[in-house]
Design a protein around this ligand. Structure first.
Ligand code: SF4
Length: 357
């Protein structure tokens, strides 16, 4: 079914592709994305294999909403974030941003586009230059993209950004080490917002913080989303945090999406055995409910993406795995209610139809 297209025109962008799956309400559409890193050996660096960090993921991110990507360490979630911002050259697949296929965009247009797409990472201490005052940190992007030439205007802008994220602008001549972890993350957010982006990848942004500070940062991100109509891809390993901020959640395992739906549906009606295991492992504040609930314990570690299992990626740890699971890869099926699952067991039980885009 062809949809009317009404995307933002971008100078330097190629002729608009008439892709039947593009939808104006999506700021991003990712189709069959693969990111394989070569594994080399010896002096001649002969390729002996590849790390399948991301192995055929398809998803959409709606404007003004948050897509959560949750998974264990090594599942490929941060690699997806880097692919979305074109920090790496993808192996195959398509990433459409505002209706434009990113692989067709020339470098000049890409530079302009970059200011609309920002990333906030887990470790603000590593990403903030210790020799720069936080005023310089916040102004850095404005300088690089030549957004404002006037020094005083730039300082006014930085003051506004710092106020917006809850940092006292009187501290603007201080250095990153003079702030706490939560404050440094606020400064990172101010820096990302200085260029007025519309799309932000938040990569494990609260993972290194105390629980109470995590809640403050998540709540700040939600307020900013509301006031600036921001779209987030929120990457994390804690399903309860990801669920709280996200409209939709994709559960990632070994470079593939296992289940994807709205965050409420995922929590109320998890279907994939991996999602059920993640939810059953998440702490619940009420000890009576916590004791009474079913637990699915996962044995072993996530396998190496250099040598993923044949069949279903989750078959080596799934308590329900059958012979078929070890031989045949499950397709992503639509079980209704915008709920997508890749599991033979769920497909047989629900009779869902194969998802095509
Ligand atoms: Fe488990 Fe098989 Fe479903 Fe994979 S396809 S999650 S191994 S039951």
């Amino acid at each position: 079914m062809s949809q009317p297209l009404n995307f933002t025109e971008m100078p330097g962008a190629p002729e608009r592709p008439q892709d039947q799956f593009l939808n104006p309400e999506d700021i991003m559409y990712v189709r069959d994305l693969k990111m394989h890193f070569p594994v080399t050996k010896g002096l001649l660096k002969r390729q002996v294999g590849s790390v399948k960090a991301v192995d055929g993921v398809t998803f959409r991110v709606k404007r003004g909403q948050t897509l959560g990507i949750v998974g264990e360490s090594g599942s490929g979630k941060s690699t997806i974030g880097n692919c979305l911002l074109k920090n790496v050259n993808i192996t195959s697949g398509d990433i459409f941003y505002d209706g434009n296929n990113m692989k067709d965009i020339n470098p000049r247009a890409m530079r302009r586009m970059r200011k609309n797409m920002q990333m906030i990472t887990q470790d603000p201490f590593a990403s903030l230059d210790p020799r720069m005052t936080i005023l310089d940190v916040v102004c850095e992007g404005l300088r690089i993209h030549k957004q404002i030439d006037n020094k005083h205007e730039m300082e006014d802008m930085a003051i506004r950004q710092l106020e917006m994220v809850g940092i006292n602008p009187d501290f603007r001549f201080r250095y990153p080490h003079e702030f706490s972890g939560g404050q440094r993350q606020r400064i990172s957010i101010a820096r990302a917002l200085a260029l007025q982006p519309n799309f932000i990848v938040c990569d494990e942004v609260v993972s290194a913080l105390d629980v109470s500070i995590q809640a403050q940062i998540v709540s700040l991100l939600m307020q900013l989303q509301e006031s600036m109509n921001l779209t987030y891809v929120f990457i994390g390993h804690d399903l309860s945090v990801v669920r709280y901020i996200s409209n939709n959640v994709a559960v990632l395992y070994l470079g593939k999406i296992m289940e994807m739906t709205s965050s409420d549906e995922l929590y109320d009606n998890p279907l994939h055995p991996y999602t059920r295991a993640l939810i059953s492992a998440a702490p619940i504040p009420n000890p009576i409910v916590d004791r009474a609930r079913e637990r699915i314990l996962l044995e072993g570690e996530i396998p190496s993406p250099i040598n993923p299992p044949k069949g279903c990626n989750f078959c080596t740890r799934c308590p329900y795995a059958t012979k078929r699971c070890h031989e045949e890869e499950p397709e992503m099926i639509d079980v209704g209610n915008e709920h997508y699952v890749a599991c033979h067991l769920v497909a047989d039980r629900t009779g869902g139809k194969v998802e095509n885009g």
